[in-house]
Design a protein around this ligand. Structure first.
Ligand code: GRF
Length: 223
């Protein structure tokens, strides 16, 4: 019998690409049965493109400055993405708003990692916001992308405590360490066909989730 072709993932990233690296490393270690079919960036100097190159993954940079509008840029970018025929697009530190048309084109097939416990703190500077609000815990969320910013149904979260004396930088570092296994675990469930978006809800094994899955203390399992 022919083995099924691996689940194809395209990654969108604007920056250093440590979440991309987590996917690369998990795949290389045999812990994530996926194929990384392309890395796409709005920044030619993104560290993520360097990491893609080092791992032998095709990298594409497209500059928004070369386009008259967000829609025109997204049309070009997502047409490139479409060419690699992804089963899933992972936004991992992709720092641009995505046009409604592009979001709709990939509905149910695009996820984002966001550094807060959504619905708390959508948008930017989430760590500073968590500190300023006197939160006792903070974390990261993986959600399906919908037209409203950071508002799509949440698949899974990882939580961290706040410590006395935390700065946005110390908190960001504590969250980032948990982002990596969170992303790998969530992608594994989607690739296995166990998690899917159904309208505003997430289904796990065909059953709607009452609340987002949580990364367990073992740093690997989602429950
Ligand atoms: C992460 O904190 C992610 O949650 C946010 O942007 C950061 C990207 O980091 N969306 P990296 O580029 O993956 O290292």
């Amino acid at each position: 019998m022919q083995s099924p072709s691996p689940f194809r993932i395209a990654v969108l990233a604007s920056g250093r690409g440590s979440n991309l690296q987590a996917l690369i490393d998990a795949r290389a270690a045999g812990r994530l049965p996926i194929e990384l079919v392309g890395v796409f960036s709005d920044k030619a100097a993104a560290g993520a493109l360097e990491r893609a190159r080092a791992a032998g993954i095709a990298g594409v940079a497209i500059s928004p400055k070369d386009f008259a509008s967000r829609d025109a840029f997204d049309e070009a970018l997502f047409s490139e993405v479409e060419r690699v025929q992804p089963d899933l697009i992972v936004c991992a530190g992709y720092m641009r708003l995505i046009s409604d048309a592009a979001v709709r084109r990939f509905e149910g097939r695009m996820i984002n990692i966001h550094p807060s416990l959504l619905p708390k703190f959508p948008g930017l500077q989430t760590h500073a916001q968590a500190l300023a609000s006197g939160e006792r815990e903070h974390g990261a969320s993986i959600h399906f992308v919908t037209p409203d910013l950071d508002a799509g149904p949440v698949i899974a979260q990882a939580r961290v405590p706040l410590h006395t004396g935390d700065t946005p930088a110390t908190l960001a570092a504590r969250v980032l360490v948990r982002e990596h296994p969170l992303l790998v675990a969530a992608v594994a469930l989607i690739a296995a066909g166990r998690v899917r978006q159904r309208g505003d809800a997430i289904e796990l094994d065909g059953v709607p989730l009452a609340a987002p899955l949580q990364l367990a203390d073992d740093g690997e399992t989602l429950r």
